[in-house]
Design a protein. Structure first.
Length: 429
């Protein structure tokens, strides 16, 4: 397809040098850790390096001590004299969680977060509030990864001259790529205007309508949600790029592909840096009361693996546009640089949220570690397609080959996640 911006697009790769890569772990280094190795070796080693850092976060978040009960053995993490400590057994004032060795191994290696374990029924809270368990997530990242828990004033968001960044700014394809890159690095998101035409979006919209009509609750390729009358409806089509020829063409278009190079990271991982993730088609209906349609505040790494994947880019193609009445996307600027809980928005978070008002054919872009949410539409439904780019493997890294069918099944299972989260937090006293 002939693109008017072709000359500009082909020069972007040379001009962009900024990186959003903040990974610290390699896939090939992850291995199964048994309970005693974690309790007797890994945690004490982490405490020798980061006991004060983790304790500072625990004190700031005002969380109770936490007891792990794993396969018949318990240990408690608690703060004393400004340092995090470990002791055998269960403390009387602590929150208590029960999990197996496999879940513990995944938690300490950042393969699964506190919320990720809950979403997959791998943890049970037996004493304390479920919010305590979720709140401990940034403490774990401070302990095991040395990332300070975010406190007010720690993140500044500046333009290239050092002044406060205009967070309401949006861009067009002809704008200075250095400005676009800097904004993304600082704010963790972009709003790009008029990238695709209304005609192109109408074709994608028609394909999405057809896919939604074909969807069935047990097809393993869609998510479902219920309205106030209990009526279930398809709200997300997984692997939508396989069902829409119109979308498949746009995913190969230079107007989208140049974003793989805007960070200087060769996102996508192939020789050209233009490999994209699978695309999902979403509709945001009115009056949704249950299910995963209008997702609350979260990071795309909210289930885990931040240190293996972040930051990649998530890209939204606005099929219908969105505003205050039709469920605009919400983002928290700068949150991609803050160690905060990746599920829910902490009331103490000092970074302000904003809504991205888009028109048909616009793009929204956000880093995988940017806190964002879907506001429920109150007047008109909206449609959007999400795709994205990921970081290439780190030098010397290898990744276990997971069958495509298994990957798809795991993605499809998330539609029933609410019941699993409720089961993890039965004691809310």
């Amino acid at each position: 397809m002939a693109i008017p911006h072709a000359i500009i697009l082909t020069t972007r790769k040379q001009e962009s040098t900024m990186s959003i890569d903040c990974r610290t772990r390699r896939h090939c280094d992850r291995r199964p850790l048994d309970r005693d190795e974690v309790f007797d070796s890994l945690i004490p080693a982490a405490l020798s390096n980061n006991a004060e850092l983790a304790a500072r976060g625990l004190i700031y978040k005002r969380l109770p001590a936490l007891t792990f009960s794993v396969d018949g053995r318990s240990v408690t993490l608690y703060e004393r004299n400004g340092a995090l400590r470990i002791e055998a057994g269960e403390a009387s004032e602590s929150a208590v969680v029960s999990l197996d060795s496999s879940a513990l191994s995944d938690l300490v290696q950042d393969w699964a977060t506190t919320m990720g374990l809950a979403m997959n029924s791998r943890v049970k809270m037996t004493r304390g509030n479920f919010e305590h368990w979720i709140g401990w997530e940034p403490i774990f990242r401070a302990l095991f990864d040395g990332r300070p828990v975010h406190e007010p004033g720690a993140i500044s968001i500046s333009d290239r001259n050092g002044s406060d960044l205009n967070l309401n700014r949006s861009f067009e394809l002809d704008d200075d790529p250095a400005e676009i890159s800097h904004f993304l690095h600082q704010a963790g998101f972009l709003h790009l205007r008029g990238v695709f035409t209304e005609c192109e979006m109408a074709a994608v919209s028609a394909d999405l309508d057809a896919s939604l009509a074909r969807a069935r609750p047990d097809d393993g390729a869609s998510w479902w949600a219920g309205d106030s009358k209990g009526v279930q409806q398809a709200v997300r089509i997984l692997f939508f790029h396989e069902q829409s020829a119109a979308l498949a063409e746009l995913l190969r278009d230079d107007r989208l592909g140049w974003l793989a190079d805007i960070t200087g990271d060769n996102l996508g991982g192939d020789d050209e840096g233009t490999g994209w993730l699978s695309a999902e088609g979403l509709i945001k209906p009115l009056d949704i009361q249950t299910g995963l349609s209008d997702l609350p505040w979260h990071k795309d790494c909210g289930q885990g693996r931040h240190s293996y994947y972040c930051n990649g880019l998530t890209i939204g193609l606005s099929i219908t546009g969105a505003d205050e009445r039709s469920g605009a996307l919400g983002v928290v600027p700068g949150s991609h640089r803050a160690n905060i809980q990746p599920a829910g928005k902490d009331d103490s978070l000092d970074l302000p949220a904003l809504k991205l008002v888009t028109q048909t054919g616009d793009l929204t872009v956000h880093c995988s570690d940017t806190l964002h949410r879907a506001y429920p539409p109150i007047e008109r439904p909206r449609k959007v397609v999400y795709t994205g780019f990921r970081q290439p493997l780190m030098k010397g890294d290898t990744m276990e080959e997971v069958p495509v069918a298994k990957q798809r099944a795991a993605r499809a299972q998330l539609t029933n996640v609410q019941n699993r989260i409720a089961g993890a937090g039965t004691n809310t006293g």
